[in-house]
Design a protein around this ligand. Structure first.
Ligand code: FES
Length: 66
């Protein structure tokens, strides 16, 4: 192991964490650039602030979590 941290981490039943600067494209083709050292991208599709995770996945039934 190099000791280097991954740039992309998939959280079990939660968001995808992006470390560093990334540009992502949402379902409508709009590009969003990360502005924080670590950004959480919604994977459950229920966030009110897509493409970013707003924590909604935590209250979803297990079968609806990513
Ligand atoms: S993964 Fe967190 S709100 Fe969708």
């Amino acid at each position: 192991m190099s000791g280097r941290r991954a740039d992309i981490v998939l959280c079990p039943a939660g968001p995808m964490l992006l470390r560093g600067q990334h540009t992502i494209t949402d379902d409508d083709g709009v590009e969003h650039t990360t502005t924080r050292p670590v950004s959480a991208v919604c994977r459950c599709g229920k966030s009110a602030s897509k493409p970013w995770c707003d924590g909604t996945h935590k209250v979803l039934p297990k079968k609806l979590r990513p």
